[in-house]
Design a protein around this ligand. Structure first.
Ligand code: GAF
Length: 385
């Protein structure tokens, strides 16, 4: 499916549901995180880029309330004041939409009553941020439809608020920031403490390379509980070290910090976050200098750290990483929150297919269900189409 198919589907669904054409179409992408995992809620650094896959919202103002049609569900969902007064009334995909209305209104913004129709080609449950894409697309549509005064840099925090405060998932800000602030052809270097960004040109094809994504198709296991547990451990480690967040532990001071932590689990979690922040900075330095291949070992080190210290990988993603590296990839790592999802690998452009085949063979040998693989390039962030 091409990007324009998704837009056409959203527009057709709007017209079919509401009997009139939409006032406009807005899109927001899923993301791949190049490096910087579980650093966002530690006030650290991340380096995601936008996928070409996206959620498209067809929208128009309405008399009252909100009506939403999604290609995920057969019937539209209608909601009004009781549902946007606070969490706990709606669940499922509609909660992400109502959560955005709630977060905007809670910030004092007069969200217009609206009719919406959603279509998406972001894979769901693959760790590619389909829910952040949904929140970001709805937020962008409502803000622009209503002419609300909400500058782009402030938008991710409100989309995140929908997820944290309404849907109830304790995520950081990376996914919404990626969906809203990424630019085509670039990775987004984001300081999650200050929200400062720098667009880093990321044109691997110009260097004869490709980023191959392998979806492990492994079912997500214990994602919510384990994610929350990792977050709590990081906060506990920061508290014991007397810092506001693990971001404040300098790489040079890591040994001393680890010495101060008497709990082995907290030591491992802290070591992942501190070293991962440094790997993001090192990756940016290599990209700035045009040394694209040199980021490979950093990607692989990130994976090892997630596997051994943060303990968020599963056998399927570990096998994908090992098989890709054995097939000659420069680097490979799981991307996203973990416990399943996708692996990204940096390969010679001519080796993408062979790498995918090598992972597939390894999966067959392990008795895993077949993976799905495709080459990605950085797409645009949220925008009106
Ligand atoms: C998930 C979360 F939503 C992000 O905020 C981030 O913490 C990521 O996991 C891990 O880097 O995608």
């Amino acid at each position: 499916m091409t990007a324009s198919d998704v837009a056409a589907r959203a527009a057709a669904s709007f017209t079919e549901t509401y009997g009139a054409a939409p006032a406009g179409l807005w899109a927001a992408p899923g993301r791949v995180n190049l490096i910087g995992e579980h650093t966002d809620y530690n006030d650290g650094f991340v380096l995601p880029f936008a996928l070409p896959q996206r959620v498209v919202v067809a929208a128009a103002a309405a008399e009252s309330g909100w009506q939403v049609r999604s290609d995920l569900a057969p019937e539209p969902v209608t909601f009004g004041e009781p549902e946007v007064a606070g969490p706990g009334v709606l669940d499922g995909w509609a909660a992400y939409v109502a959560g955005v209305v709630w977060a905007l209104r809670d910030a004092g913004l007069p969200v217009p009553p609206a009719r919406l129709a959603l279509a998406s080609d972001v894979p769901v449950g693959a760790g590619l941020s389909s829910s952040a894409a949904l929140e970001s697309a709805v937020l962008t549509a409502l803000v622009e439809l209503g002419g609300l005064d909400l500058p782009v840099p402030r938008r991710p925090a409100l989309a995140q608020r929908a997820e944290n405060g309404y849907v109830g998932a304790p995520t950081g800000i990376m996914d919404q920031a990626a969906s809203i602030r990424c630019r085509e052809g670039h990775a987004l270097f984001l300081d999650c403490r200050t929200q400062a960004v720098r667009q880093i040109p990321f044109d691997v094809a110009a260097h004869g390379l490709a980023v191959l994504i392998v979806d492990s198709n492994a079912p997500h296991r214990h994602v919510d509980g384990e994610y929350g547990a990792r977050r709590k451990s990081c906060e506990a480690a920061a508290q014991r070290l007397g810092v506001a967040a693990l971001r404040d532990v300098a790489t040079a001071d890591l040994g001393m910090a680890l010495h101060q932590l008497d709990d082995e689990v907290l030591r491992r979690r802290a070591r992942h976050v501190v070293t991962e922040n440094q790997r993001v900075l090192d990756t940016v330095a290599h990209l700035d200098a045009g040394r694209i291949r040199e980021i490979g070992p950093l990607l692989s080190a990130s994976h090892a750290s997630m596997r051994d210290d943060f303990e968020i990988t599963v056998p399927e993603v570990d096998v994908a990483v090992e098989a890709a590296l054995a097939a000659g990839a420069y680097g490979a790592r799981m991307t996203g929150g973990g416990f399943g999802g996708c692996v990204l690998t940096l390969v010679d452009a001519g080796r993408a297919e062979a790498t995918a085949a090598a992972v597939e063979a390894a999966y067959a040998a392990h008795g895993f269900a077949a993976p799905t693989a495709w080459v990605v390039t950085p797409g645009p962030g949220a925008a009106r189409l």
